[in-house]
Design a protein around this ligand. Structure first.
Ligand code: MEV
Length: 296
């Protein structure tokens, strides 16, 4: 029997970094997905993953799943992705979740969404050592969600017509080293960072309301505020700042980096009649437009 599953990528809307330290964030899914195919074999575990050299997430998922459900790992696993891992859309979390779903179908194990999340989050921590789990939650639950560290709260938000422009900065960010670097800096002046995280936490609470109300003006202002606090945390780059400024200058409601910073993507919120202008401004600032649908 051959089982096929898939899981979506994600984009962080608000609250990155603070969410690692117990604060909330808001994340949304994107249309590109990662597909996983599994079948039982008579041989050893084989992972056929031509697009990703790093198969640690699939390996760790198989290990934890087989231990938990007491099944053997004579498996052939194939992965395929709609998107490049360089954009920071969460290919590792999506492949982890799609693999858990495929294995639970193959072995006919009853597994709730929360259990998929818990197992997936364990995989992330075992492989990366750091992370809030927001990306796993997005891949499991889909849509736009309000999330608190480690899955303490996972709440779907009903957001309609989220009109985002996504600009790739051309630089691949290494999330775990950025998170670890910040952790090191926090050690030296904890109270200063706590103040920034508290401000980010407040922005997330306000955005939770403005997003559901379709209040794009307020949401855009909150994005700008969140970006400034990420600059204070020292995780933005000149290129990301330039792309955000460019988008705001031509009429975007707001813009911010999305994810760990240090590269990857920025997002701009814009009304449909401004999208083209915002896209061109981001390109002029050196970015590449990634055409995906959000909130899937
Ligand atoms: C990275 O995309 C977002 C961070 O908040 C890390 C995490 O939450 O796991 C920086």
């Amino acid at each position: 029997m051959n089982i096929k599953t898939s899981a979506p990528g994600k984009l962080m809307l608000f609250g990155e970094h603070a969410v690692v330290y117990g604060y909330p964030c808001i994340v949304t899914t994107v249309s590109p997905r990662i597909y996983v195919e599994v079948e039982k074999t008579s041989g050893l575990l084989k992972i056929d993953s031509p697009q990703f050299k790093d198969t640690r997430f699939v390996q760790e998922t198989v290990k934890l799943f087989c231990e938990k459900y007491n099944v053997n790992n004579n498996l052939l696993i194939k992965t395929h992705s709609d998107f490049s891992s360089q954009y920071g859309f969460g290919s590792s979390s999506a492949v982890t979740v799609a693999t858990i779903l495929a294995l639970s179908k193959l072995f006919q194990t009853e597994i709730s969404k929360k259990e998929v999340f818990d197992l997936g989050y364990k995989v992330v921590i075992n492989v990366q050592g750091v992370g809030s789990g927001f990306d796993i939650a997005a891949a499991v639950f889909g849509g736009t969600i309000y999330f608190v560290t480690g899955g303490k709260v996972i709440e779907p938000l009903f957001v309609k017509n989220l009109s985002l422009v996504i600009g790739y900065s051309g630089v691949k960010a290494d999330t775990s080293s950025i998170v670890k670097n910040l952790e090191f800096r926090i050690h030296n002046s904890e109270s200063e960072y706590k103040k920034i995280f508290e401000k980010i936490g407040k922005i997330v609470e306000e955005a939770k309301i403005s997003l559901v109300k379709n209040d794009w003006k307020t949401t855009g202002e909150l994005m700008n505020k969140n970006h400034r606090l990420l600059q204070e945390l020292g995780v933005s780059t000149e290129k990301l700042d330039k792309m955000c400024h460019a988008a705001i200058n031509v009429g975007a409601f707001g813009a911010k980096l999305s994810g760990a910073g240090g590269g990857d993507c920025m997002i701009a919120l814009a009304s449909s009649n401004k999208i083209k202008k915002v896209e061109l401004a981001i390109i002029k600032a050196g970015g590449e437009i990634i055409n995906v649908k959000c909130n899937i």
